[in-house]
Design a protein around this ligand. Sequence first.
Ligand SMILES: [Zn+2]
Ligand SMILES: [Zn+2]
Length: 420
Amino acid sequence: MSHGIPKILEQNSFDLTPYEDLYKYFHAHPELSLQEKSTSEKVAAHLAQLNAYEIHTHIGGYGLAGVLRNGPGATILLRADMDALPVQELTGLPYASSVTMRDADGIEKPVMHACGHDMHMTCLLAAAETLAKTQHAWSGTLIVLFQPNEERGGGAQAMVDDGLYSKIPVPDYVFGQHVMRMRAGSIGSRPGTIMAAADSMKITVFGRGGHGSLPHQTVDPAVLAAHIVLRLQGIVSREVDPSDLAVVTVGSLQVGQAENIIADRAEIGLDFRTVKLETRQKILSAIQRIVEAECQASGSPKPPIFTPTRRFPPTDNDHNVADALAVSFGQHFEEQFDGDTPRTNVSEDFSNLGRCRDLPCCFWLFGGIDPELWDRVHGDENSSEEIPSNHSARFAPAIQPTMKVGVDALCLAALTFLRK
Ligand SMILES: [Zn+2]
Ligand SMILES: [Zn+2]
C-alpha cells in the first residue's frame, strides 16, 4: 500500500523554480532570533495564497501555524525554523545577505542564514502546496508550523507556553528536518536519539583586584579561572563512562582589561552536550563541585554565580514512527536514504513541540553539499576547510537537489500517516 506514496509524489511533483526564488529571497533577508517579523509575514502571505490553510500567527513571538483540515484521520505536524545567525556572510553568492540588525544587547550585527533555516522554510512551504494539491489522495489534518528562535533554544517552548495546542489541533505525530553538511541528495534518520542535548551557562568567579605588582594583596581570578578550565577537562575523560557520549567546552573566558591590573572577577562561558539525562545531571554537579572547590582553593571572597543561558533537550526519535518513515523513505530515496545515520552532537529544540504532551516525534537530516564538491574532497585531510558546515560564514547549500529532497521528505512523512 505504501508503494502508492512515491507515486502520489511523482504524479503531483511540480516545478520548484518559484520556490528556488523564494529560497533566495529568504536567504537575502535573514532575521535574528526573536526578530523574525518580516520572515513570518512573508511565510503567512505565501500560505494564505494557497487558499487551503487556516492561519494562526504570533504564537510565542513570531511563530505561526497553518492548519489544513481534510477529513477524518490522523493529525500530523511538520515543523520548520525561521531564525538566522549573527554571522557575516562570505559565500560570495549573488543572493548573499548584506543585512545587519541590532541584537538583544542593541549591538549592530551582520546577519546570515548560516544554518539553512531558509531552506527549511522553503521546503515546508513547497510541501504545504504539494499536500494542498493532493488532498484527494489523503485524509486527516495537516499542520505546517514555522518556529521562531531555534538558535537560542527558546522558540518551540515559547510557542507551547503561548497555548499552541489550544489554538491548533494536538498532533498525533511531530516531524522536523535539518539540512546538514552531508552530500546533497542524501537523507538520514535513526530510531532513538539523533541529536544530543545541549546546555550552556555563564559562570562568574570572584577574586580581589589590585596592582599587578602586588599579587600577595589580591586573589587573582585569572589564575583561579585557569585552574577551573583545566580541571573541567577531567569531567569527560575521568568521570563519564567512556561508552557514553559527552562534550564539555569552555567557549569564552573573560578576565580583566589591562596588563598590569589584577581583576576582581572572571567570566567563564561553558557549553556541554549529552545524550542521557543521568549523564547531564552528573556533568552539571561535577561542574558545580569543581568550580566551588577551585574558588575555595584560591581563597575566593564570594561564592561563584552560575547562570544557565540555553537548554536544548535531546532529540529522540520514536522507534515505531522512525521505522514507518524508514520504509517510506527507503522506497522513495532508495540508497540515498540511511536509516542508521550517525547521531550528531548538534542540538535542536524541536522536540519541545512533542515533549509537552508526550507526542511521538521524528527528525531527520538531509544533505546540502554540492555532490560534485562532496565527491571530490570528502575524506581528504582538508575537507573540513573546503566543505563549510552549519554556522560557517561560507555555508551555502546547493539549492538542488537539496530542496527537492527536503520537500519530498516532508510530504512522505505526512502521507505515511495520512494516505487513504
Ligand atoms: Zn544552527
Ligand atoms: Zn539550525
